[in-house]
Design a protein around this ligand. Sequence first.
Ligand code: NAP
Length: 319
Amino acid sequence: MTLPTLGLVGLGKIARDQHIPAIAATGLFDLAAVVSPDGAVYEGVPTFRSQTEMLDTLPDLDAVAICTPPAVRHGLTAEALRAGLHVLIEKPPAATVSELQHLTEKAATVRRTLFTAWHSQFNPAVEETRRRLAEGGAIRSVAITWKEDVRRWHPGQDWIFAAGGFGVFDPGINALSILTRILPGPVFVRGAELLVPANRDTPIAAMLEMQAGYAVTHGSAAGVPMTADFDFRQEGEQTWAIAIVMADGTRLDLTRGGTRLAIDGVPTAEEPDTEYQRIYRHFHRLIADGACDVDARPLHLVADACLVGRWRTTDAFDW
Ligand code: NAP
């Protein structure tokens, strides 16, 4: 059986760490080309300087995975859809809400698969948490703590601190993608404090106050305090955790970026990191079904935090 051919656009950290190994491990796509503006190569695979050049040279390509920073995603995705390709977009799926809306409509018009790959949603522990919350039972509180050392995880990635680079929301949006996935109803940002280094454009830390909005179906959930504490200045132990306390006192701890769930301290679901293999299986299935999977909600929450937040200047940041 011939595999669908795939071009990988953007040959940076995530492409090398996760996409290429997952494509190889799942064996569902034939990695036919990579695009790297600075001419970086991946052994044995044709490399192009731009997506346009790749599309012109390989007109029969079936799909692309866009692994660039978010600022250039809209143009690349629109171009690929126009050329008749299916598109997987890394998170965050676009630089703005309207860009993502446009891509969603475009995919429907050209009848191609568009998949916003929120990798943190593809963990069995996240799915188990979603299942438990869907069973009902009022939630007392949700507290997200997402604190990492930007120098360790994003060394030299200046685009993160440039306008359109999301700053600390680059990792923080992963936590929000888990939140929107596990809650049985909508959530709203009610306030935020955003700390921007004096010499940069985007926040290095952000504190969000949110509220669930599904009182009608889930009893006392509306008004439940939900907080998120995002910080890029964390040295030592790194924390990617979501603590949920139910009204009956049961505590659900999603830790290690959503890969582990403990209930009242007892580990319940945990699996080694297979998020990206699940992502490629899902992309393959979506294409076969002629379907799209676009989840805009995490991007909405980031945009809302920027709208209602108080902006503060903090110490300059240098690598
Ligand atoms: P990165 O290491 O800076 O890589 C980005 C790559 O995109 C670079 O190789 C860059 O090439 C390329 N690029 C930029 N503009 C392009 C264009 N117009 N056409 C083709 N390629 C282009 O960044 P990253 O860490 O891989 O992150 C990329 C995205 O993945 C981000 O949105 C991030 O949130 C997401 N992500 C990252 C991680 C992680 O652990 N790093 C985890 C999950 C998701 P040049 O260097 O030649 O400009």
